[in-house]
Design a protein around this ligand. Structure first.
Ligand code: TYD
Length: 212
């Protein structure tokens, strides 16, 4: 069961995928398309640039050490702040009719943190966010982990702790486990990320245009 898609509330689309999947580009392309159509739209991401997200970034880059359970809980806290804060929170934006596209949401947590702990624990840790807001649609851009790793090595000076082939492969598997677990209460759209960016942009639009 996804967010109510009719009425004055903005739509909320979550882009998901392993690192190097191209989800950030596709979120930006959809945002540009909606803007061209004259629709109020805001692109955002997790981890956020807010105070809790900054802490998460410092852990990700190895500047601060923390237990995996603490990391998972911080991502969940960052997500609640992302939804609720009064400066640029997702819920206030949706309530004023702005559409919001996010680069990652709770399925990232389900996939990335279930490497270290039971997925049910991770889902439970994010229950508040899920209760507050389920996406109108979650778009998963599916790419082969080898392709993803190639793209990452080409485009970045440094890779983060999660970015190696075994990790990417495992994360992709866990995404699919999470989709299977949550399929009755989520609207999950899986797209093939191996096509060109232009082709994929069209596929994304075909998948979501009915919501706008
Ligand atoms: P990413 O989209 O890769 O950011 P960037 O392109 O700037 O490096 O996201 C950062 C990392 O955070 C990514 O490897 C996945 C991880 N992550 C989690 O482990 N849990 C979460 O809940 C989220 C949202 C992200």
């Amino acid at each position: 069961m996804a967010q109510e898609t009719k009425g004055t509330m903005g739509r909320f689309i979550a882009f998901e995928g392993i690192d190097g999947s191209g989800k950030t580009t596709q979120a930006a392309r959809l945002a540009a398309r909606l803007n061209r159509m004259g629709l109020a739209c805001c692109q955002t991401r997790e981890p956020t640039a807010g105070p809790i997200g900054s802490l998460v970034h410092q852990i990700m880059t190895g500047r601060i050490a923390a237990d995996n359970r603490v990391v998972a809980a911080l991502y969940a806290a960052d997500r609640l702040d992302h939804l609720l804060n009064q400066t640029d929170g997702i819920l206030p934006l949706l309530e004023q009719g702005t559409h919001v596209l996010t680069d990652r949401y709770y399925f990232s947590s389900y996939a990335y943190h279930s490497v270290d702990m039971p997925m049910d624990w991770v889902i439970e840790a994010n229950a508040q966010a899920a209760q507050l807001l389920r996406p109108t649609a979650t778009i998963f851009i599916d790419v082969d982990p080898n392709t993803a790793l190639e793209r990452i090595s080409k485009n970045r000076f440094h890779t983060e702790i999660y970015e190696n082939l075994a990790r990417l492969t495992k994360t992709r598997e866990l995404y699919f486990q999470a989709f299977e677990k949550e399929k009755d209460r989520e609207n999950i759209l899986i797209l093939d990320g191996s096509m060109t960016e232009d082709q994929l942009e069209e596929q994304v639009w075909e998948a979501v245009k009915g919501y706008f």
